[in-house]
Design a protein around this ligand. Structure first.
Ligand SMILES: Cc1cc2nc3c(=O)[nH]c(=O)nc-3n(C[C@H](O)[C@H](O)[C@H](O)COP(=O)(O)OP(=O)(O)OC[C@H]3O[C@@H](n4cnc5c(N)ncnc54)[C@H](O)[C@@H]3O)c2cc1C
Length: 492
């Protein structure tokens, strides 16, 4: 039986391990941390259970597909609740807008904000539905040659949706008000890209979120990780935690195994790295055999943003809150430029506010509420923020905003609190520059064929899975990546 070592038990590492095991390989997963999950981690303390990373499932068909391919049924094993509304948006002037998955209600809500927008939202989502349909064939495939990108008919049709245009500019053509421009452009942030820098193709995420639905598994996103681990045990995948890999072993120009930090060596017919791709090249692949990803090339790549997270346990409930919300700073541009251009602390951070106990009260002690606050922040690349001091400043800014949008007396009700900074991402996950959602940004030259490939051309036997390779960042993309990488190993 041929054997594969997977470095990292993130969602991508676990999914590819399960697929490879199903294909008949002996699979060993080696994870640095004491628990699997990677960016999809959890804190369980004092009766609270909080997802520390991803909070919501989109494109659930990608998970259904994995389970089907493994001979299981997702819906028999996990209980998913659809969010409605998908988001509540809070604006600096006190106004609120709910974005519903029901198109008639969505149109009504935006019409109340901007006369005429009710009609335009259909045009906007229709255009993005076309981008989704035309773009997905480029997302769900492996690339070998540049010509794999060439599909003249799809290319022409995508061009007709102005997918190449700037995202914010395109949104601004549909909507006149500052509020709706914010409401329909923020999604590119989830790929670690500013809407002012993103191509409009990524408006397909807005369509996927709003029209195809957002879901929450009872028990939280970490239930998915737990279930992947259960299936791995059932199927005979070996999973070792607290087992950091120090180096990929190379013999005769081929990856033949790994050396752990403990000094132990393990050999296999192939190695799949789920650790951040630029980190894998820089730290795990011996310098002499990484011709295609030199330090210089890695340095020139464009990295995604990071984030500051605050998790709060409150000794009362807030039934008026929705599961998912966003707060937009007044000066959207200044906030985004600080994160993506200057690398400074935003003066007035926008943030994502989650209240998972609205869908699953069992995630906190009875009568308590759990809040998860995520403020996008610059990565550590430019080194302009000293997080040992900044963490307190940002916490204070976020609590002041929560006093406005949740409860003037919120501080009195905080009985449990944890935080996570870009420095923690770097330390815990080997996340390059402390990037949060994924390491490499999704600009044109780091997408599809141009994103690093899941096969290391210069080092046979080494493969990649997860957000660093194609298709890219986010849980559904990582699910697709696992399928594509497993296909690569079919011929091993
Ligand atoms: C705050 C936050 C919110 C997010 N929200 C969403 C969301 O709502 N929806 C969504 O779809 N996506 C969301 N994402 C993005 C999503 O979580 C990631 O894109 C995805 O989980 C990445 O999975 P992965 O398997 O590629 O890599 P990772 O999760 O990064 O896993 C890599 C693993 O490799 C391990 N590793 C690293 N180095 C070594 C080593 N030397 N030896 C052994 N192991 C090693 C790491 O410890 C880690 O476990 C969010 C991410 C964050 C951080």
């Amino acid at each position: 039986m041929k054997s594969v070592i997977v470095i990292g038990a993130g969602m991508g590492g676990l999914a590819v391990a399960l697929r490879l095991r199903r294909m008949g390989f002996a699979v060993t997963v080696l994870e640095k941390r004491s628990r699997p999950g990677g960016r999809s981690y959890v804190i369980e303390e004092d009766g609270y259970r909080v997802d520390t990373g991803p909070t919501i499932l989109v494109m659930k068909e990608q998970f259904e597909q994995l389970y089907r391919d493994l001979g299981r049924d997702l819906h028999q094993r996990l209980q998913l609740t659809q969010l409605d509304p998908n988001y509540r948006l809070y604006f600096h002037d006190g106004r609120m807008l709910d974005l519903y998955p029901n198109m008639a209600r969505l149109a009504q809500a935006v019409e109340a904000f901007e006369p005429g927008a009710g009609e335009k939202v259909f045009d906007f989502l229709g255009n993005n539905a076309r981008k989704y349909a035309l773009g997905m064939p480029f997302v769900t495939r492996n690339f070998d040659h540049l010509t794999d990108l060439a599909n003249p008919i799809a290319g022409y049709r995508l061009f007709a949706t102005a997918a190449h245009e700037n995202l914010y500019r395109q949104v601004a053509r549909y909507f006149q008000s500052d509020a709706l421009r914010k409401a329909f452009s923020f999604h590119s942030m989830f790929l670690g890209l500013s809407p002012y820098e993103s191509p409009a193709i990524y408006a397909l995420i807005t369509y996927a979120d709003l029209a195809r639905g957002m879901y929450f598994p009872q028990g939280g996103i970490y239930r998915i990780i737990e279930d992947l681990v259960t299936m791995a045990q059932e199927d005979g995948v070996v999973l070792r935690t607290s087992a950091p890999v120090a180096q990929i072993l190379v013999e005769n120009g081929r990856a033949v195994g790994v050396r752990l930090e403990s000094g132990e060596e393990l050999r296999a017919d192939a190695v799949v790295s789920n650790a951040d791709l630029p980190y894998t090249y820089r730290k795990l692949v011996p310098a002499g055999v990484r011709r295609d990803y030199s330090d210089r090339r890695l340095q020139r790549m464009k990295y995604a943003c990071s984030g500051f997270l605050l998790y709060l346990g409150l000794d009362r409930t807030y039934p008026q809150l929705t599961h998912q919300a966003l707060y937009f700073a007044e000066d959207y541009r200044a906030n985004l430029d600080a994160i993506f251009v200057t690398g400074e602390l935003p003066a007035d951070p926008s943030f994502h506010l989650n209240c998972p106990t609205r869908s699953d009260p069992a995630l906190a002690p009875e009568g308590h509420e759990l809040l998860y606050v995520l403020a996008p922040m610059p990565s550590l690349e430019k080194g302009r923020v000293d997080w040992s001091r900044a963490a307190e400043t940002v916490r204070e800014q976020l609590l002041s905003r929560l006093e406005q949008v949740v409860d003037r007396d919120i501080r009195k009700h905080i009985v449990w609190e944890r935080r996570y900074t870009p420095v923690d991402f770097e330390r815990d996950l080997n996340a390059v520059y402390g990037t949060a959602f994924g390491s490499l940004a999704h600009n044109f030259f780091q997408s599809a064929y141009f994103r690093p490939h899941n096969v290391a051309r210069a080092l046979p036997g080494l493969y990649f899975v997860g957000q660093g390779t194609y298709p890219g960042i986010g849980m559904p993309m990582v699910m697709i990546s696992a399928q594509l990488t497993a296909e690569r190993l079919r011929t091993l």
